[in-house]
Design a protein around this ligand. Structure first.
Ligand code: BTN
Length: 267
């Protein structure tokens, strides 16, 4: 199969710098990997620094939220994971990172011309179909220090999906009716995510919640999250989703971080 989209590290870096991100970071470009997020997990053990990015042209075991598989077409999509370090206290900052990642993905997609909305916590939808998904996994380095692996997958080529997701997924090139440079898209995501992470660290939680709301699909939609079925009401000030169930009871749903593991230097 012929790969449609190439990731260019130089374009990516130049774009990042032009967006004001002067960080020197390691960018690993892999032709094929099981999962860019699994790769970063391995790299943490080898001492990878916060800010390290893994991008792959192909993934053989892409992972989604809630233990799902992330369909990773061999034609090439954007598969990017970044190691983020949040500020203290981690119990307040870490849960906000998935929302920040959603905002960043939404912003990056909007900037290249897509009209999209966020679905809690961080799916990017175009007309109700999924354009991008995000997986956030926290690794506790010590009691009060966490690193979060943020993995972004964006459907890119204008090519058919497998039947299981054909009605629920959409691709960027299909939406835009043209091909885009995924290195640009990636830089937009990273730069926005870094700046929101900084704001979270400074305690600017209200601005983040407000920004997420602005980019979200309207509340009042029917949802099923875990064992709660009802309608979305709002985003709470701590980032949890408020759902009103069919019996008139309100629930606060957390769930942006799918997995939290202790760091084990000697596995
Ligand atoms: C979801 O919506 O369920 C989250 C999908 C996240 C997919 C990305 S692709 C890059 C990174 N590597 C993975 O294995 N998963 C994330």
């Amino acid at each position: 199969v012929k790969l449609v989209n190439f990731f260019f590290v130089e374009t990516f870096r130049e774009r990042l710098v032009s967006l004001g991100d002067g960080t020197s970071r390691e960018v690993l470009l892999l032709d094929e990997v099981d999962s860019t997020s699994t790769e970063l997990k391995r790299r943490i053990k080898q001492g990878a620094m916060p800010g390290t990015i893994a991008v792959a042209h192909r993934q053989t075991q892409g992972r989604g939220r809630l233990g799902r598989v992330w369909h990773s077409s061999p034609l090439g999509n954007l598969y990017l994971s970044i190691l983020m370090e949040t500020g203290a206290p981690t119990n307040e900052t870490v849960p906000l990172l998935p929302l920040a990642a959603g905002i960043a993905a939404h912003e990056a997609a909007t900037e290249v011309g897509a009209y999209c909305h966020l679905k809690w916590p961080n799916d990017v939808l175009v007309s109700g179909k999924k354009l991008a998904g995000i997986l956030c996994e926290a690794v506790m380095m010590s009691k009060d220090r966490a690193q979060v692996i943020v993995g972004l997958g964006v459907n890119i080529p204008d090519a058919p999906f497998p039947p299981e997701i054909a009605h629920t997924a959409v691709s960027l090139n299909t939406v835009l009716k043209k091909e885009i440079d995924i290195s640009f898209l990636a830089a937009g995501f990273v730069s926005s995510l870094e700046s929101w992470n900084l704001r979270i660290t400074k305690g600017d939680r209200a601005a983040l919640i407000q920004e997420w709301r602005k980019r979200a699909e309207p509340f009042g939609r029917g949802v099923k999250v875990g064992d709660v079925t009802g309608k979305t009401v709002d985003l709470a000030s701590d980032g949890r989703l408020i759902v009103l169930d069919d019996h008139g009871q309100e629930h606060l749903i957390a769930g942006g971080i799918v997995e939290s593991v202790e760091f084990d230097p000697n596995p």
